[in-house]
Ligand binder design. Sequence first.
Ligand code: DHE
Length: 516
Amino acid sequence: MWRIVLTAAAAVLSLQYGQAWSADADVLYRTHCAACHGADRLGGTGPALLPGNLERLRKPAAITTIAEGRIATQMPAFKDKLNEEEIKALADFVYTPLPSMPAWGMAEMRASRIEHRSAASLGDKPVFKADPLNLFVVVELGDHHATILDGDKLEPITRFPTRYALHGGPKFSPDGRYVYFASRDGWIAKYDIWNLALVAEIRAGINTRNLAVSSDGRFVMVANYLPHTLVALDAKDLQPIKVIDVRDDNGKSSRVSAIYDAAPRKSFVAALKDIPEVWEIPYDDKAEPIFNGMVHDYKMGEGLAVKGPFPVRRIVLEDYLDDFFFDSRYDHLIGSSREGKGQVVNLNIRRKITDIELPGMPHLGSGISWELDGRPIMATPNLKDGLVTVIDMKTWKTIKQVKTLGPGFFMRSHENTPYAWVDVFNGTKDRDVIQILDKNKLEVVAQLRPSPGKVAAHTEFSRDGKYALVSIWENDGALVIYDAQTLKEVKRLPMRKPSGKYNVYNKITRSAGTSH
Ligand code: DHE
């Protein structure tokens, strides 16, 4: 019965808005897509499915995506469940504009904000005995919780519920006391680790990418897919300070691929998904907006000139950036598009300085760097090919493509270990393996299978590099802790699909072996 009602309602809507999709598309969407992409198509664990968000995906490619699934994402293939006509109807449906787009500006954000604890009610010493810098925050996607783990005793201190579907690395305040989380549906949460207490939450977007915390601890900047905005929050209490409309000179708006804090530059750096530009946004109070080297009084939104906090310095490129990585001084940004084109952008002279060979769809957000024979090098796993690409960061040439058992997602190391650990779970086989690369020989020298048959993913090291923690990425999963030198298992803690884990010290000191 409900199917008939829904179908009839969809037909009425379809006629009302003159849309191209058939009534059944609405039902198909609710049955197969809504759980991940949201009943309203505004995104959930999967991205929003709206014409504005699908600009870089032409309709034939969307049809292939629905049929075959999408590499490096949780998007499954539907060709065994849906016939060609149904797949086409769904593609038409997602390219149809919504009758009206929900607004998510200052007013909506302010109304969503929850202050759980006032600063005055929180003590300024840790309420536990463990080393506050050798803690791990472990995100458990299975039941949307996070665990705070003592990195010396390797025991959980507390476990608490999080918002639904956290994604990207949680980011720490410079002293390591607070951690900030972002969920795919836009919720930003501030948690006081010393007091084991949630401080505040705000919904900063409808479909959010990630967040960055300024190196002076004053600001949180949120990158959104929907709306096309960057949102600056006060790191103290998550009050919204400014919404930056993300548009080019012609008014074309864009999703934000990701935002990072470039600490030595005292600025945030954002890459845009639908406009080939990188934006640098200084949080130094005296900064001026600059456009390709010129001070630029640039217009955005309703045509307001942007002065004051968070001026935008724009660098125009020839190609989009989906994923990127920085050198240790944040002079260079190494970026790639999902199509596999790599480029190096010098942030000081504000232009691309060279193209770079990155064929296997690198996951640069997971790249790491170290010194080889006195030269800085970077290494990145690839989402499409079973390769770790190693690049000389002086010449920007590929030194080696190290063959792995399959395409990987995350690569991690530590200053005190000669090894880099890489997972290979983005392929179809050997997804339970972690491979160990020798950082000097640039060869795979060992492999671990922590739970045969179960996906093994994402490594993070303890503060001193003594232990390496690996996730068993299953609902009845675990954190498997290895001695990083002997590669022997030390301990196993049951967890619910632990995804990323983040060591406070390694993050706030910007260890070259991990993401920042
Ligand atoms: Fe992530 C980090 C992009 C899919 C788990 N992922 C990041 C970051 C980016 C990114 C830009 C760095 C943000 C940061 O740390 O602030 N991720 C993407 C994608 O474009 C991609 C391929 C498609 C998408 O759905 O958005 C993608 N990511 C996934 C997953 O399917 C994963 C495996 C499961 C999930 O949670 O959705 C996943 N991504 C992660 C994790 C990190 C991450 C655990 C943080 C790693 C770290 O150590 O910092």
